[in-house]
Write a protein that binds this ligand. Sequence first.
Ligand code: ADP
Length: 906
Amino acid sequence: MAGYTPMMQQYLSVKEEAKDALLFFRLGDFYEMFFDDALTAARELEITLTGRGAGLEERIPMCGVPHHSAEGYIAKLVEKGYKVAICEQVEDPKAAKGVVKREIVRIVTPGTVMEAKSLGETANNFIVGAAEQEGRFGLAACDLTTGELYVTSFAATVEAVKNELNVYRPAEGVGDARSLALLDEASRASGRALVATVRGQSDAPDAKLAAQFPEERWDAHEAVSKLAVARLADYLGETQKRSLAHLRAVKRYDPQQFMALDAFTRRNLELTETVRDRSRKGSLLWLLDRTRTAMGARQLRRWIDQPLLDRAAIDGRLDAVEALHGNWMLRQELRDALADIYDLERLVGRIAYGTANARDLNALGASLSRIPMLKDICAELGSGPLSALADALDACEDIGQAVAAAIAEEPPVSVREGGLIRSGYHERLDELREASKNGKTWIAELERREREATGIKSLKVGFNKVFGYYLEVTRANLGTLPEGRYERKQTLANAERYVTPELKEKEALILEAEDRMVDLEYELFAALRDDIALQIPRLQRLAERVASLDALQSLAEASAERRYVRPVWSDGYDLHVEGGRHPVVEAVTEGAAYISNDASLTREGGAILLITGPNMAGKSTYMRQVAMICIMAQIGCFVPAARAELPIVDRIFTRIGAADDLVGGQSTFMVEMKDIQIMTEQATARSLVIIDELGRGTSTDEGMAIAQAVIEYVHDRIGCKALVSTHYHELAHLEETLAGLRNGCMAVKESADGVTFLRKLVPGAADSSYGIYCAQLAGLPDSIVTRAYGLLESAGAEPGRSAPGPQEAPSGEALAAAAEPRREQGGQTAAAVSPQADYAPSPGILQLSMFEESAAADEAKRARSKYPESDKLLDKLKKLDIMRMTPLQAMEWLNDARNHLIGKGD
Ligand code: ADP
């Protein structure tokens, strides 16, 4: 440090304390950054990099941001994963001897951002503490903005960590090197970056824990959880540098209280975000979120992330949802009342941080004033969980009254400006206000008096910051002003400004009163805020209950709107769904009819359903819908079905789609096999297993062999309910050997115009994959399509019946009958004509070799051109975007098409 200026030496010693953070060093009205920090900040924030002499020969890099706009810059850096240490001047520069004292007052990190602007309102921002001991992993997840702290422990495997992290999606993690390595791996596997900070054993963890959580008692078996909490608390103390009064309660849970959902399953079922672009829109959360408060939205997300296993707890929620579901009027009243309630959890966070302003307190007061109404509505909705909730709601009237009595109706944003406190609240403040008001009246009077006395009508009293109050006389009137009446203070181009000793005296009074008023108002405000801070636990309990009430009404609202029904519980194993729908697909296919389907997975009638059928037939939608119905029921929501009798499922395991999960460079087949391995290890008889397209990604023989072996394992060893789809319709024979397996397929109607997907599940196995037909739909050149049919035929299968299963599949007629709703849309065409009838080359051509392919294609074209009009129509039909058409447009199109054909005599 030798050679540096004293200020630079101070900088370097402060920087020592926050090595892994960018140091915002306060110099007057700016935060300055130096050395590497300056290079980084200038690059990331796109601000100008300059230099500064620091005592040595070379200038050092420097950049800076104005302190009043620093928040935005800090948020930007933190969002990019940096930590920012804020160093302030902690003594009055005027009073300082030598260099002004400076200290780091807070380190803002990705997991400890408090400013709601940079956070989503309806999402939490978690930071986790981690520890690992003797094969157990302790996890403590904290949202500093709301004061929530969840703590749990489980087996220390990447899988388990991944599953738990998926609930929190933390931005930051603190732990020792080993636990951090696991956190990091799990987080990366889920495609999320996590800022990791290594912290080992903290000093005197027990004492620190006791200070932060005075009411918590820790059992001996909780050692690893406790360590995780201690590390987190330590880190929070170190970065936040203040007492965290809102962080007092630890919410412990065992992951086994909740339905186990691995990261992959959550993603696949699109519970809170979609697979494709990770957006909320299109997820189950998006569909069910009809909450009116930010707290309710966060609560609902947590419920969806953690479906329950305890039947009494689920029934509690269902009872409440039912009561709300059944009373539209009261539900709307409740929704209106909730809409006026601010984010109590985050308000409380700001109160604890000392950053709440007077408007925040008014928002708190206004929110509290709505609570009695919530209580009334809940009580009116009858007995049961809602009335218990109503009883438990503490309206915190004392706090509401204290705010109402103290805080002005429309206070300014800044708490240092005055105007915060109501009149009549504090005697001395009223006196000062009176004094200031009297002084101002006297001055106003003075203007009138002096105009009269001097006869100068334009004489006026003014005020500026430099000279204070003055009397102003325009140059034109100076002649009429008696000599020596006032004392000259300032000369302007066309006026003179004066003062009198009396005016100065009054001015001193006013200014002093105003100064004192601002200080006093701030003191009164801060005292009230501190008083409220003592009541934080009460406010937090209230916030939690309001959040639950909001989440419950949201489930009821969505259930009522979408005509969901309350599920009933089966004996514990069997699952029966009548008229089930996929909630999200149904919602987004608005306009087109969603085809409902039954599901029956039972011990006696078969717990495994093997579904065959072509791509796009609706297999995965069907399988997911069964899983969604189970999850929704265990969240406490009604379900999209005409009737649902369900077991409580302990785990849902899905393995869906081999193509969209290239993770960490592993082959998709390897990923699939690993997932299956985990399933074999963890699934129990109470689980629901869903496997889509089992055995893809290797050779046909091997794939089929693996698929069969896995199905047998699930059947013989696990005994759980399972939905398995496969394009190997050869596997249909398993129905003969496995007593608990049934075949099902998605009905397809073939006609002269092609294939119609009926989206209806029917018993039996499909007899074709329609793979070539799909290729044709996708627009592959005719020559390829024709050749493919040719090859298929020469391999021994009839076109369109590529490999008939041992089971006789239902005829086209039967399928059509099974799918009533689509019948009208299916058109009047004759059923059960193979899809490629129009194009199938004649048997002679099928014998041609590859070299004669173009001749075959020509032949096919010639065959097609027999019906040029219908070909054109077919092309148009293929390009039709049915999903974007209204029913009327579709009817019109159909009518035009028919007229066209008739007109052409085709
Ligand atoms: P598969 O898994 O057989 O390839 P999908 O389940 O992906 O087929 O379904 C393909 C498309 O069909 C879906 O994107 C959806 O829009 C539509 N779909 C599926 N099931 C239904 C249904 N029951 N009713 C209406 N449309 C459906």
